[in-house]
Design a protein around this ligand. Structure first.
Ligand SMILES: Nc1nc2c(ncn2[C@@H]2O[C@H](COP(=O)(O)OP(=O)(O)OP(=O)(O)O)[C@@H](O)[C@H]2O)c(=O)[nH]1
Ligand SMILES: [Mg+2]
Length: 204
């Protein structure tokens, strides 16, 4: 995928603010601080387009990034951060549910998990939610640079078994530090954005 342009279009908190038009959307989901915004930046070759932070809870709104004027990445606030009030959690739940269940433009969700750890109960709940609504999902196991190469397969198997990943959903080892897995991630994302296509088309 050649990224020719990438820009933030809107930070939305409600449906009326979602962009108009019918361009396909790929949303990011995952635990707070797992690396969703870093994933977007790495994929787009932009250092700081999506704001990242070592403190959890950086992304608070649905941030729509328009790519090549053809499709959107939607950065979604993370879940599972303990220091969040009940009221904020409810607000988050409502915002996510509305977006994930009432948005025909949403083609696929990229669920990001930390390859170092067994997926949490929240990760499982998120994946089950996506499967209940039949939303195609790509699982990105990120922070591969933090695990020695000899242990990658063992960790991937734990992710696969714990989430009980359905046939047809891809699991990709990734690192926002090294760029590992980037090409594979683009290949799978392109299939969801453009539908099936040849490798030649994708490289153009
Ligand atoms: N070593 C390493 N660090 C990473 C990787 N991806 C993200 N990080 C670090 O993890 C921290 C959180 O990254 P973010 O991209 O802000 O995480 P987020 O999921 O967007 O977090 P919220 O917006 O708070 O939900 C930052 O300090 C990143 O530098 C990775 O692949 N490898
Ligand atoms: Mg973020």
């Amino acid at each position: 995928m050649k990224v020719k342009s990438a820009e933030i279009v809107i930070s939305a908190v409600k449906k009326a603010q979602y962009p108009e038009g019918d361009l396909p959307e790929i949303a990011l989901a995952g635990r707070s601080n797992v690396g969703k915004s870093s994933f977007i930046n790495k994929m787009l070759n932009r250092k700081n387009l999506a704001r990242t932070s070592s403190k959890p809870g950086k992304t608070q709104t649905l941030n729509f990034y328009l790519i090549n004027e053809e499709f959107y990445f939607v950065d979604v606030p993370g879940y599972g951060y303990a220091k969040v009030s009940k009221k904020e959690r409810e607000k988050w739940g409502q915002m996510i549910e509305t977006y994930f269940t009432e948005r025909p433009q949403l083609k696929c969700v990229v669920l990001i998990v930390d390859v170092r750890h067994k997926p949490t109960a929240d990760d499982i709940m998120m994946y089950d939610f996506l499967k209940y609504y039949k939303i195609p999902t790509i699982i990105i196991a990120t922070k591969a640079d933090k695990v020695p190469k000899g242990k990658w397969q063992k960790h991937l198997k734990i992710v696969k078994d714990t989430l009980n990943i359905e046939k047809g959903d891809h699991l990709i080892l990734f690192s926002s530090e090294t760029g590992q897995g980037k090409e594979e991630a683009w290949n799978v994302i392109s299939q969801h954005v453009y539908g099936e296509q040849t490798e030649k088309d994708q490289n153009e």
